[in-house]
Design a protein around this ligand. Structure first.
Ligand code: GRF
Length: 203
């Protein structure tokens, strides 16, 4: 099976997935990484690991539709059984989401349905929640609303600021995103309505 990853920045989740796949010798092909601007750091990791890296500048497209059409074309050309959004900071059009429905996943830095959208760590601190975390979910048209695949929680500690909390959540992200991808590759994720039913492992 083939994975195409979309990133906008650092790409540490992408890196965690690739490293886990290598360590556990998953039968998977990382067909490519696409960033929406050339400064995305994660492109360097891809290149140094022999993973084809592409830039599709969103700024060179006057509409979301035209940007997303270019993305779709590239992803289809690469051949993706699974599209992994890993810190991809562009809102995708309904047309894009429908095209990849059921094989498009994202990681969000909060325990959904709490704190969808941006600035999750600041908002968690402001709300005074004692548990925060991350969620891997299938992408549907509602932003951060798709069926939840898995979550990890971390404590909010005295003295935390958004940065210390983000760092703790990021470590949890690096644990759960590879696991969720592996479940997908193993065919263990069945979507029923707005829920994912995790199937038991093949024995
Ligand atoms: C992560 O916190 C992810 O949850 C959020 O953006 C960040 C991306 O980090 N959507 P990285 O690029 O994977 O290092």
């Amino acid at each position: 099976l083939s994975i195409v990853t979309l990133i906008s920045g650092r790409g540490s989740n992408f890196e965690a997935i690739v490293k886990t796949a290598q360590k556990e010798q998953w039968p998977v092909k990382f067909a490519g990484v696409i960033a929406n601007h050339s400064a995305a750091k994660g492109l360097d990791f891809a290149r140094s690991h022999g993973i084809p890296a592409f830039v599709i500048e969103h700024k060179e497209h006057s509409t979301r539709d035209s940007f997303d059409a270019a993305l779709i074309q590239k992803i289809d050309e690469l051949g993706a059984d699974l599209v992994v959004l890993a810190g991809f900071m562009r809102i995708l059009t309904p047309g894009f989401i429908r095209h990849f429905e059921g094989r498009l996943i994202n990681i969000h830095p909060a325990l959904l349905p709490a704190f969808p959208g941006l600035h999750t760590h600041e908002r968690a601190l402001e709300a005074g929640v004692k548990e925060h975390g991350a969620t891997v979910h299938f992408v549907t048209e509602g932003v951060d609303e798709g069926p939840i695949i898995c979550q990890a929680s971390v404590p909010v500690l005295a003295g935390d600021d958004a940065d210390t909390l983000a760092a703790r959540v990021l470590r949890a992200e690096h644990q759960i995103y590879p696991r969720a991808v592996k479940w997908f590759l193993d065919g263990r994720l069945r979507i029923e309505g707005n829920q994912v039913k995790l199937q038991p492992p093949e024995s």
